[in-house]
Ligand binder design. Structure first.
Ligand SMILES: [Zn+2]
Length: 246
């Protein structure tokens, strides 16, 4: 059976072989053994390079053994990404996210499609990479069960539209100023409900066609970094990468 996959990681196993971790559209995160994928006579060409969208053919020879990759062919290797270090950083953040959060062998088709869309958007540079990242990250959070929600104060239920609030990262709740004090929850991120509402819309896969203010983008990237930092050990904040966020 031919599988549509995105190659996430490829590790040299011996002089001749590689172990490849890939995101399969139909089967989710898998690792496979590719005999002869190293060195001269590599019969897979570039199809097993990280950040390549490929068709793979292979199978599990025995229950519980590593998947064996028999054949691979490139659908798209996102060449324009590879020529631009900054865009590679943006793409790399999504790859790290998927490697950290995807459960093994669990199909996540919409997330697969949104990752391919993210890579295509990064290549085209429209919209801005920072917006593409926020869109992909918001959607990824929803699929993984940590979707961002705007709305009312979690505790007193006051409508917080248009207000500055504290987003409490561990449980994904928002609190008004009064409740923040009385709840004793201080490990939160200062943000605005407008920013949360934007992330919520992207999480529903909605397109946003209005200009997004630069300070919102900045704040949203920090917020998303905090959420990933909470769920992923050793998350490298996107804010710490040498990127222009505009
Ligand atoms: Zn409140």
């Amino acid at each position: 059976m031919e599988r549509e996959c995105l190659i996430l990681r490829s590790v040299r196993y011996s002089d001749h072989d590689r172990v490849v971790t890939f995101f399969s559209k139909d089967e989710g995160l898998l690792s496979g053994f590719a005999r002869g994928a190293n060195g001269p006579g590599n019969r897979f060409g570039a199809a097993l390079e990280p950040l390549t969208w490929s068709y793979l053919i292979g199978r599990h020879h025995l229950e519980g053994t590593l998947y064996r990759i028999h054949k691979a062919s490139v659908i798209d290797c996102f060449i324009a990404l590879r020529e631009d270090l900054e865009r590679m950083y943006w793409a790399g953040a999504a790859v790290r996210l998927l490697l950290s959060l995807l459960p093994p062998q669990h199909p996540e088709q919409p997330l697969f499609d949104s990752m391919i869309r993210y890579l295509k958007d990064l290549e085209s540079e429209r919209p801005a990479p920072s917006l593409s990242w926020l869109r992909f990250a918001s959607l990824a959070l929803v699929f993984l069960g940590y979707g961002i929600q705007s709305g009312n104060c979690y505790r007193c239920h006051e409508d917080l539209s248009g207000r500055t609030v504290t987003y409490h990262v561990p449980d994904g709740k928002i609190l008004c100023r009064q409740c923040l004090g009385s709840d004793g929850k201080r490990d939160g991120v200062r943000t605005q409900t407008d920013v949360l509402a934007l992330l919520e819309r992207w999480g529903k896969n909605e397109d946003v066609h209005v200009p997004v203010p630069a300070d919102w983008i900045d704040n949203a990237i920090s917020l998303i970094d905090s959420v990933f930092g909470h769920h992923i050990q050793n998350w490298i904040p996107v804010r710490s990468l040498p990127l222009s966020l505009g």
